[in-house]
Design a protein around this ligand. Structure first.
Ligand code: HSE
Length: 382
């Protein structure tokens, strides 16, 4: 099977190199921006790929929603299988792309879009065929895990470790998607869609690590806690879905505390299987490229879809999920939170709340920030 590649950035170069050595897979043209087609294997004319009958599949590793959506649609229309690592694209247009792929009878796989090298969506799509999955989630962003690990391990500063994560090719082109939790949110949206055939597009909440300070980290460490950015989603018996991303604090011994550097820990819980935990590199050139090649091999073996048939848009509701939260804010905002324990140094308040709805906590924090008030919060594992 011959695969063309759309995009020649961090992941595209990895896919190009790996395809040269992959048994049963060949590399076709690489699509790049005009002016970047500086070698015979590169082109800036998509038509050369669309009209080439020797190209069976197209790997989309450009990132971003447009022009990726137009190009991927054109490839599916032209009868090419598509493998994508682009979570922004699949979260925004998964419904349309899935419908188009089914109409054309071609494959549309995207396990590289969630969990890097980890075969998370890959296994989840198999698991739903024989078990009822009730929750999905985990540490799904390599950049923030790398940052949190470094800040905790050697006291690194936020800006320095973000720069390192960018240099190592972990971060998105715009790293605000990583640190705000949006990247992990897009990944949990895909996991919900694979697990339940429902792509949540409304009611989603995400809180990242942008407000985290070295002092916060020192404070958690003093209490023997480790901070990680967690994506969580579950479905009730009557089909009500919750999905959100937020920092969480874990005690020593929790599996999340052993997730280091750019690693992810992806989880699902099946009624019969119980907890399944998968750990591996969640970001980076070769880990992500390895997932792209796995999807290509899967297409070669006959798999065509990762989303179940009948995929539909859904609304998440996070009002009834309760968490106890660690909160750091200014004293004048403290009355907004139902603190169970509090440490007050007259200006800054740190404390742990009684159980609070996830929706209420995220909305209160965003209202405070609009008023220029600093706040960091992280849920405690109960
Ligand atoms: N920026 C993403 C991350 C890349 O850090 O997890 C892999 O999806």
């Amino acid at each position: 099977m011959k695969a063309a590649i759309l995009g020649f950035g961090t992941v595209g170069v990895g896919v190009y190199e790996m395809l040269q050595a992959a048994p049963g897979l060949d590399v076709g043209l690489v699509f790049v921006r005009p002016g970047k087609d500086d070698a015979p294997f590169k082109t800036s004319e998509l038509d050369r790929i669309l009209s080439d009958p020797t190209i069976d599949a197209v790997v989309e590793v450009m990132g971003g929603v447009e022009p990726a959506y137009s190009y991927v649609s054109a490839c599916l229309m032209a009868g090419k299988h598509v493998v994508s690592s682009n979570k922004a694209l699949v979260a925004a247009h998964g419904l349309e792309l899935e419908a188009l792929a089914r109409e054309k009878g071609v494959g549309f796989l995207f396990s590289a879009a969630c969990g890097g090298a980890i075969p998370f969506l890959h296994n989840l799509a198999l698991a739903v065929e024989s078990d009822r999955i009730v929750s999905v989630g985990g540490i799904l962003n390599g950049t923030t895990n790398f940052m949190l690990d470094a800040m905790q391990t050697d006291g690194s500063q936020y800006a320095d470790v973000l720069r390192q994560a960018q240099q190592l090719g972990y971060a998105e082109a715009d790293p605000s998607a990583d640190v705000s939790g949006l990247d992990a949110l897009r990944k949990i949206m895909l996991a919900c869609a694979v697990a339940w055939g429902k792509l949540p597009v409304e009611g989603l909440l995400h809180e990242g690590i942008e407000s985290l300070t070295a002092e916060d980290v020192a404070h958690f460490m003093g209490k023997g806690l480790v901070c990680r950015l967690l994506a969580s989603a579950s479905i009730s018996e009557n089909g009500k879905l919750c999905a959100f991303v937020q920092p969480m604090l874990f005690p020593a011994g929790a599996p999340e505390t052993s997730v280091k550097k750019n690693f992810n820990l992806a989880k699902y819980h099946g009624v019969n299987s119980g907890d399944i935990l998968l750990m591996g590199q969640g970001a980076g050139r070769y880990p992500t490229a390895s997932a792209v090649l796995r999807d290509l091999s899967d297409i070669r073996s006959g798999r065509r879809a990762m989303f179940p048939a009948g995929l539909a848009a859904a609304c998440a509701d996070n009002a009834e999920v309760l968490c106890r939260y660690y909160v750091r804010t200014e004293r004048k905002a403290a009355a907004l939170f139902p603190f169970a324990e509090i440490e007050d140094d007259n200006v800054v308040v740190r404390g742990v709340t009684k159980p609070v709805s996830v929706k209420l906590m995220h909305e209160t924090a965003s209202r405070l920030r609009k008023d220029g008030m600093p706040i960091f919060f992280a849920a405690l594992e109960d």
